[in-house]
Design a protein around this ligand. Structure first.
Ligand code: FAD
Length: 358
């Protein structure tokens, strides 16, 4: 055990050495390499200690009077791989579908009637954005993610976050390198997106640069710390720079970790924005894994969410008029729709009328 100085004056807490000093530090030798499309890829692998910690957590049994989700229980604490070195683990949760029903009915008991009636109620709440019953459920994730994705993620303010401290500990020697199939050029139509794939020699060159820069900066990080990733002092005669300063030169594809806790309402908001095709591929990968955990946790809410939020669409009054005319078989064109070109195209592609794009 180590004593960790907290941020508040005189505050200190005792936590296991493993958690803070080298929290989830992946042993580089444990990372399995494989080749796909002629590029070197990494697979997220856990050390023996990390695996043991998960096994210990998974084998604990607690008796509770509270509701639990059997499917989520099965994967509780498990590290679900994302990208090359990242993962997501559900480490805790509160409530299930019945908790939403219970609070909507302000019931003394479970509040459930029949599964079909409960599903009807949850769908109604979702449809009409009657949101507070969804706030009655909470979930806590442990996430390992590249820093540039963490910057997007942290914009979701309605969550509780505790990040791995790079002031206190040395960051893992791991960097995100995109797979070749995700190495795309800047889109010419969408300033925030990717266009055609970059391949061949240029792709190899870009991947080489990303890797070289990350490795060189990490080596310099170790030099400044006067300590290697493995904890060995480099030069006895030198002092190591403070960790809070040395981290400055690390590349944004370095991995960080945090505990992220939010309620179901805000999780759905996060997922609808970040699993969407407009979101960056890398954060979408995390959102997709989280959608699977949502399905295991609250299956009825998941169905309603996929139906109304992910699969559904919003219509403006002008858009509604266009759809109405189309259904009636009346002539309706972009020029007389009152919609902007972008609105028209978004509406047509949402409806699957790609021939009508202008
Ligand atoms: C595809 C995409 C592109 C983006 N591009 C950019 C970009 O270029 N630049 C950029 O800066 N950001 C960008 N963002 C971030 C975006 O603007 C939001 O900050 C982010 O998605 C968080 O959303 P949120 O506010 O709904 O989430 P949360 O912060 O979790 O908030 C959830 C909800 O709580 C309410 N809420 C929370 N805080 C407040 C508050 N202070 N006042 C009032 N209501 C509040 C709002 O209803 C909000 O929708 C982008 C996001 C996406 C998905």
């Amino acid at each position: 055990m180590v004593e960790v100085v907290g941020t508040a004056p005189t505050s200190a807490m005792v936590i296991t050495k493993f958690v803070y000093r080298h929290s989830w530090k992946t042993n580089i030798y444990n990372i399995k390499l494989y080749y796909k499309d002629s590029i070197l890829k990494f697979i997220m692998k856990l050390t023996k200690e990390q695996k043991q910690e998960i096994t210990d957590q998974q084998s604990q049994k607690n008796i509770t009077k509270r509701v639990t989700s059997p499917e989520l229980e099965k994967i509780l604490y498990e590290a679900l791989p994302v990208l090359d070195h990242g993962f997501i683990r559900v480490v805790d949760y509160m409530g299930d579908d019945t908790s939403i029903v219970q609070s909507a009915r302000v019931s003394y008991g479970k509040g459930t009637k029949k599964v079909s009636t409960d599903a009807g109620l949850i769908k109604y709440l979702m449809r009409h954005r009657h949101s507070t019953p969804f706030e009655m459920c909470e979930i806590k994730y442990h996430v390992k993610l590249p820093i540039f994705i963490a910057r997007q993620w942290i914009r979701h303010r309605t969550a509780n976050v505790n990040e791995y401290s790079a002031r206190y500990s040395i960051l893992d020697k791991e960097f995100y390198l995109p797979a070749k199939e995700n190495l795309a050029a800047q889109s010419s139509t969408n300033r925030q997106g990717r266009g055609n794939l970059i391949n061949g020699k240029q792709a190899d060159e870009i991947l080489g640069l990303l890797k070289e820069d990350a490795q060189r900066n990490y080596e310099n990080y170790e030099k400044m710390l006067n300590e290697t990733f493995e904890g060995k002092v480099i030069d006895d005669k030198k002092q190591g720079l403070a960790r809070e300063l040395a981290r400055m030169n690390l590349t944004l594809n370095s991995y960080t970790q945090w505990y992220w806790k939010t309620d179901l309402l805000n999780l759905l908001n996060f997922l609808s924005l970040r699993a969407d095709s407009h979101a960056q591929y890398e954060i979408r990968e995390y959102a997709n894994v989280m959608i699977n955990t949502l399905k295991k946790w609250v299956p009825i809410t998941y169905e309603a969410f996929m139906d109304y939020r992910v699969g559904g669409m919003e219509l403006s009054s002008k858009g509604k008029a266009v759809v109405s005319k189309m259904i009636k078989g009346e002539k309706c064109e972009y020029e007389n729709s009152g919609l902007s070109k972008r609105e028209w195209n978004e509406l047509m592609s949402s409806l699957g009328f790609n021939d009508n794009l202008v």
